[in-house]
Design a protein around this ligand. Sequence first.
Ligand code: PLP
Length: 318
Amino acid sequence: MGKSINEPDYIWHNGRHIRWAEAQVHILSVGVQFGSSVFEGIRCYRTDAGPAIFRLREHLRRLHDSCRIYRIDLPYSIDALERACIDLVAANGLEDCYLRPMVMRGYGDMGMAAIGNPIETYIASWQWGSYLDQSEADRGIHVCVSSWNRPAPNTFPALAKSAGHYNNATLIKLDAIAGGFAEAIALSPDGMVSEGSGQNIFAVRDGVLITPPVEGSILSGITRSAVMEIAAALGIPVRESAFPREFLYIADELFFTGTATEIAPIGAVDHIRIGDGRIGPVTERLRAAFQDVVRGRVKDRKNWLTPVRAGMREDIDG
Ligand SMILES: Cc1ncc(COP(=O)(O)O)c(C=O)c1O
């Protein structure tokens, strides 16, 4: 059994709310047969002023980008999808939750091109806690370097968040679990560090924050970019630079970032301890600052929070 979820009432499908149990697709939908589908993962946070969705428009823009890369005609604008996400969280009565917009090629022609098949757009939302076990949040998780690489840039387009790509991610994750690790770091085809199965990675060495560049076969993470901006605002130097596997072992600190993962400190890689195996000072500063932003405890200068309740904007801005 996977993790059980508390099923909310509604899922948004092509412009209307349907019951959770009604969100079914035909087994021969092309999205099911070939993974021809793109998606997003977005978090909504409870703040003192009510629920607020973090960087909603950036996620929806990436959804549009993924559709463009895969030649999917998404019939909903960013504005329309923004409204749909807000309404869904409100209709489901959720506060802290996760949103999963999906756009897939539906049932019709059986070929891979599936030109003319209906495009089905769904948005699901549910309560979802920490993705990686952070029951002891200050203890770093233990990870390995995966024997599976990330795909080469001319194979799968890493900037698209497509369901099919997650077969590679599944191999990476299962490899980690089989070895007794919580997660794995994959290398890019040229042997440099790329990212986790569903997270970007940062290293800290001598006070400088370093993360692989987008040409490193990574998903261009929205949490990654938020952390880079927060670090810059805190005066922590940030560099996007390729680095080799062994740099992981000599880093002062390592951490993952992602919407589901948030900021997760790494305590060991391939059984080599990083720092003292617990969250390091730079990671701790960034994690605290990130939580202040997403929880609306500081002024939302960059408009990263989308209020779910009307009239919340003024409260968020204090
Ligand atoms: C492969 C991969 N890399 C990185 C990330 C982190 O991206 P974001 O911070 O936008 O969630 C994710 C999660 O969506 C992912 O699946």
